[in-house]
Design a binder for this molecule. Structure first.
Ligand SMILES: N[C@@H](CCC(=O)N[C@@H](CS)C(=O)NCC(=O)O)C(=O)O
Length: 217
């Protein structure tokens, strides 16, 4: 029995929904999941009481609505302080927040040209300079976190944190767009992609049949 409900979009496409879902699974937080297909009347009616500007994900706790990915995970970090959500050391925590906020607010070219799609694998796609720059920056962020704080475990800050949840959809994009990775970033991406909860999400996404044309190349 749980008081928490996470409203998510299509698993095939909804990169924002994946983040808090993956975080809650990794943290062992029980929740009921409601999946609403994006851009449908069903989505509108489900989200109407949530004040989320018709966007997913939304977390409902005892009827109270929390929207926006980072706010949801911060709320859960406060609610379950026994979980590790951010690194303990304050400078590592600040870095984890910096990279998470950067992921939240940046990489527009990558989002536009490289939509998350669990069903499809591409190769030889020509990207704009903007996307190449976004890819380089994300790899640099992962290397930076791993070098400074990620030597004692498989995650960016050794233990799983919100930062890993923030980059989870990037891992699917890199894999499905066949982005060549090396060294530490290749190891990290492979580990996250093969994580059992990531695989649950990807397999569920692959079973979905809705098509969002804008996210199909
Ligand atoms: N910044 C928001 C973004 C949420 C968002 O854009 N979600 C997409 C699905 S992945 C959505 O609901 N789109 C529907 C729409 O824009 O009408 C967050 O962090 O949660």
């Amino acid at each position: 029995m749980t008081d928490l409900t996470l409203i998510i979009g299509n698993k095939n496409y909804s990169s924002w929904s994946l983040r808090p879902w993956f975080y809650m699974k990794q943290q062992g937080i029980e929740f009921e999941e409601i999946r609403v297909p994006l851009f449908t009347p069903e989505m509108e009616s489900q989200l109407e009481p949530c004040f989320s500007d018709n966007k997913v994900p939304v977390l409902i706790d005892e009827g109270y609505s929390i929207w926006d990915t980072l706010a949801i995970m911060e709320y859960l970090a406060d609610k379950f302080p026994e979980n590790v959500s951010w690194p303990a050391y304050s400078k590592a925590r600040a870095t984890a927040r910096s990279v998470s906020a950067e992921m939240h607010s940046s990489f527009v070219d990558l989002r536009n040209e490289m939509p998350m799609n669990c069903r499809v694998k591409y190769s030889d796609i020509a990207f704009s300079d903007g996307v190449e720059k976004d890819i380089e920056r994300i790899i640099a962020l992962w290397r930076y976190c791993k070098r400074l704080y990620g030597q004692d475990g498989k995650w960016l800050f050794s233990q799983f944190t919100i930062a890993d949840a923030m980059f989870a959809p990037i891992v699917i994009r890199f894999k499905h767009f066949n982005i060549p990775l090396q060294g530490v970033e290749a190891e990290y991406a492979e580990m996250v992609y093969n994580d059992k909860y990531m695989q649950q999400w990807i397999q569920a996404g692959r079973q979905e049949t809705e098509i969002i044309e804008a996210d199909e190349l």
